[in-house]
Design a protein around this ligand. Structure first.
Ligand code: SF4
Length: 341
């Protein structure tokens, strides 16, 4: 099996070993000779990972904590779903603009939760409480969750669980490509698999430690072939330089590769935005990177979690929305644009 991510070190919370899944994983990792340690809490890993802030940050992204998700109150998740499904926190990628800079700050190490069954039972409670509504759960709100699969199997378990649920649906989004474990699962069309893509020059410049556009598209084709409801996240859209030309080329490339038989799929489009906290951290970690984060050229707006974000000015966002809606409709008339923000 192709494994997308392999950590440099793994820490376990003692409680994770109360679960058969946790004990089995510990033994497996021990056999593989990976550096193993214990930590009292998955929210506090006390280990010196580097000599500089940047080194510590990048090493933390190679550090996995296997923990137990205790607080089983799910967060809301607008605009893509009703609730977040907390299978994991963090991501091994090093995208310079990453939105997790705001939520994870100086704790960017990866967390995968071993109590998958309890998390899914809690999802079932939420579904029962809101019957007869159909409730949607997002698996990628605070992580790119594919990295957990070889460790907790959480993504596969969630796909199978929602395959059986008449009133629940699952969504996940990824930039990663280790999709083999999901191709044969009984998803029954209830997991919406989206690939986050961008123009190749943006990927090269800003999305470090993530697969190329071509590899993401190859993985996307496998997921389409496996019959999953499918979509593309175009995010973040950088509305700088000759952005129309850049994104027209990307849409043309999609039109060339999507199989003719595929008529319905979704688009979600998110323009680049940042918080003051993310800006401070990105500038501390990668000074002079050239990422455009000039608050003077943005509109400040409060978001759903109480902190403000800097967005492109409304006139530019409107212009971009018209452009993308028109060009997507022209090339993919059967697609649905779920949102443009
Ligand atoms: Fe952040 Fe997504 Fe990049 Fe991971 S892949 S670093 S979650 S932007």
């Amino acid at each position: 099996m192709k494994i997308g991510f392999w950590p440099a070190r793994v820490f376990f919370e003692p409680e994770a070993l109360n679960y058969a899944r946790g004990r089995k994983l510990y033994q497996l990792l021990e056999k593989r000779g990976i550096s193993l340690g214990m930590t009292a809490s998955h929210n506090r890993v006390r280990v010196n990972l580097g000599n500089s802030e940047r080194e510590a940050f990048e090493e933390a992204k190679r550090t996995l904590v296997i923990g137990v998700r205790r607080g089983l109150k799910f967060q809301s998740c607008k605009p893509s779903a009703h609730y977040q499904l907390p299978l994991a926190t963090g991501c091994p990628g090093l995208c310079r603009y990453c939105y997790l800079q705001t939520t994870l700050g100086r704790k960017p190490y990866l967390r995968a939760y071993i109590n998958v069954e309890e998390i899914l039972e809690r999802a079932a409670d939420y579904i029962r409480q809101r019957e007869p509504e159909e409730i949607v759960f997002e698996g990628a709100a605070v992580s790119d969750p594919l990295f957990i699969e070889p460790f907790t199997g959480g993504v596969s378990e969630a796909i199978k669980f929602f395959g059986e649920e008449k009133r629940g649906r699952f969504r996940l989004a990824t930039k990663f490509t280790a999709v083999e474990p999901f191709l044969q699962l009984p998803h029954r069309g209830r997991t919406h698999f989206r690939f986050s893509i961008n123009a190749p020059d943006i990927i090269r410049r800003w999305e470090h430690k993530t697969p190329s556009l071509q590899r993401r598209l190859d993985a996307a084709l496998k997921i389409i072939e496996a019959g999953y409801p499918f979509g593309f996240l175009l995010a973040p859209l950088f509305l700088e330089g000759d952005w129309r030309k850049r994104y027209l080329a990307l849409l043309e490339q999609l039109a060339d590769i999507l199989p003719g038989k595929m008529t319905s799929f979704t688009f979600e489009l998110i323009t680049h935005r940042f918080t003051a906290k993310a800006r401070r951290q990105i500038e501390a970690l990668y000074p002079g990177s050239g990422l455009d984060m000039d608050p003077g050229r943005r509109q400040f707006r409060y978001g759903q979690f109480g902190y403000g974000k800097y967005l492109y000015p409304p006139s530019l966002r409107r212009e971009a929305e018209d452009f993308f809606r028109r060009e997507i409709k022209r090339r993919f008339p059967g697609s649905t644009m779920e949102y443009f923000i």
